[in-house]
Write a protein that binds this ligand. Structure first.
Ligand code: HEC
Length: 157
């Protein structure tokens, strides 16, 4: 699973250009709410694979609001899923029990990459939009801020 996610991430990087046309796909009738990341260190154009804001209080605040405005309607208030979309508190749950520090970080990073790709490109299969793509609406800064919020909501069981 993990290696599949890494391969997917690489593919996405390669297909970056062509895939941006996915942006044209419907966002349903809900426009993503822009996220003001003023005050967060800016991250440049290269997509990172670790969350640079983990534990950052401002990122948590920005991410909480961004999640509530853009993700909660499907993934649930306070990230507690009502069942229509995956429970994002559990996204990297498997990593929590790893003891080896390097392995644990590697595990988080695999999930971070999968998270980034999922948010940028949404979940679109056979023309069905299960989740809209946020590429073009969210900066990398905004996406890591949302991840920071989800890290604060992690569950281990
Ligand atoms: C319109 C509903 C909807 C919205 C809005 C939405 N999602 Fe999703 N999301 C889904 C669904 C449904 C899936 C599962 C899709 C599938 O079957 O692959 C999903 C999957 C994901 C996944 C992969 C989870 C996994 O376990 O594989 C991530 C990460 C994710 N969403 C993050 C977000 C974030 C962050 C936001 C807000 C910026 C967001 N989503 C907004 C419906 C939504």
């Amino acid at each position: 699973m993990r290696s599949i996610r890494s391969v997917l991430f690489l593919l996405v990087l390669i297909l970056w250009g062509p895939v941006t046309s996915l942006e044209a796909l419907a966002h349903g009738d809900v426009t993503p709410q822009s996220v003001d990341t003023t005050g967060l260190p800016s991250l440049g154009t290269e997509t990172l694979s670790s969350n640079p804001y983990s534990g950052n209080a401002l990122a948590l605040e920005i991410g909480t609001s961004a999640f509530n405005q853009n993700c909660a309607r499907c993934h649930g208030l306070e990230a507690i899923s009502g069942g229509i979309a995956p429970d994002l508190r559990k996204l990297d749950m498997d990593c929590m029990s790893l003891i080896d520090v390097a392995k644990k970080q590697g595990c988080f990073d695999d999930h971070n990459q999968y998270f980034m790709v999922s948010v940028l490109h949404g979940k679109v299969r056979n023309g069905n939009v299960y989740m809209p793509p946020f590429q073009g609406f969210f900066s990398q800064e905004a996406i890591w801020a949302i991840k920071t919020y989800l890290e604060s909501r992690r569950v281990t069981e």
